[in-house]
Design a protein around this ligand. Sequence first.
Ligand SMILES: Cc1cc2nc3c(=O)[nH]c(=O)nc-3n(C[C@H](O)[C@H](O)[C@H](O)COP(=O)(O)OP(=O)(O)OC[C@H]3O[C@@H](n4cnc5c(N)ncnc54)[C@H](O)[C@@H]3O)c2cc1C
Length: 388
Amino acid sequence: MKSTADVVIVGGGVIGASILFNLGRMGVTDTLLLEKDVLGSGSTGRSQAICRMHYSNPVTATMAWESLGIFTNFNEVVGGEAGFVETGYLVIVNQEDSAGLASNVAMQYSLGIDTMRVTALDLQDIAPMVSVNETEFMAWEPQSGYADPYMVTTSYVTRAREFGAEIVLRNPATEIEVSGGRVIAVVTAEGRVETPVAVVAAGPWSKLVLAQMGVDVPLVPVRHQVASLTRPVDKLPLHPTVGDIAQSFSFRPDGSSMTMMGFGDDEEVDLETYNQGVDMDVMADALGRLSRRIPAMEDAYFRGGWSGLFTTTPDWHPILDAVPGIEGLYCAVGFSGHGFKLSPMIGVTMAELIVEGAGKTVDISPLRFSRFEEGDLLGSSYRYRVLA
Ligand SMILES: Cc1cc2nc3c(=O)[nH]c(=O)nc-3n(C[C@H](O)[C@H](O)[C@H](O)COP(=O)(O)OP(=O)(O)OC[C@H]3O[C@@H](n4cnc5c(N)ncnc54)[C@H](O)[C@@H]3O)c2cc1C
């Protein structure tokens, strides 16, 4: 491992990987990425990886839309595969959230995002397998879908390595050394690396990494469950990706014969000891809701599942910023269960912040570190917070 670097990134999930690549793209190639386990072994490898544009705030909607442009042209823009599959994305809300849905769609439309409100009649053309009632309201994004989080992460890292980056696996950062108010080195299990810049992209572990320097960041790990279902392809060859706010869960196709369902009560857990499996009673309840939404799913069966961690902030939006008070320390943390779809633009804007002093392609100042103590939190149209 090198003993000096211009930038050290802590964390080899999709966020650290995207930042590493984008630094290289901007000419910062003397870089080092440290991963305590293997690439994608944190939240990234457990992600449903749904790429939707439906957000309540322009900053995240814009990042999702710009990121979609990268996912769909990944080989040209980055190199390698993202595994993106266009399925269309349907948001379903009930009466109490209908005004929020309308204002979100209007905001997204004003940003040039390909989205529209649709009716039950429209669904007969778009998604005839989906059943809704007269108290439910919908929006449709024809270009949205899902990608492969592991492929995206490894593609970013492969290209970054070609630019000159070094990636060291199974080597945790144990300390970020600060002297005179600035970062001077990162200490790892394998040795010490002198650097003026450290980027914390350690997912659910970020709170621990930052706490070691006395930085308190409001991150809470929340468990989210995923079930892999075999769907009856004879009756249901395909379905779109659906954010079912009315019933508090989501699902998407997974290849040609599987469906991936995300569900659960989003309970706060301990990040080292949480139950990484599926609660079968909670899964059965979610499968019942899915069967009401798509009656053909009554014949689906459970193939397996897992749980992963959302790293939540008080407003369920990430923190993308330099850490106040410590020169050279940056963080890209708190993705609150929706960071994968934003990851291409998080890499772009974090690299701009580090190299040029500000996110240029998208103004990321609404996601600044200090917003919590300033009481300037981002809002959401919904109570189903992951769809903030
Ligand atoms: C079940 C589930 C479903 C999701 N579904 C979606 C979805 O549909 N769409 C969407 O956009 N997002 C989704 N997300 C969220 C998305 O996956 C995350 O926001 C994203 O993967 C976060 O990436 P990350 O790189 O910040 O964190 P992580 O992937 O957790 O990566 C952090 C890495 O840092 C490493 N690390 C930690 N401490 C250290 C250290 N001291 N030294 C070195 N390395 C360290 C860890 O081992 C880990 O690999 C989902 C998440 C989960 C859990």
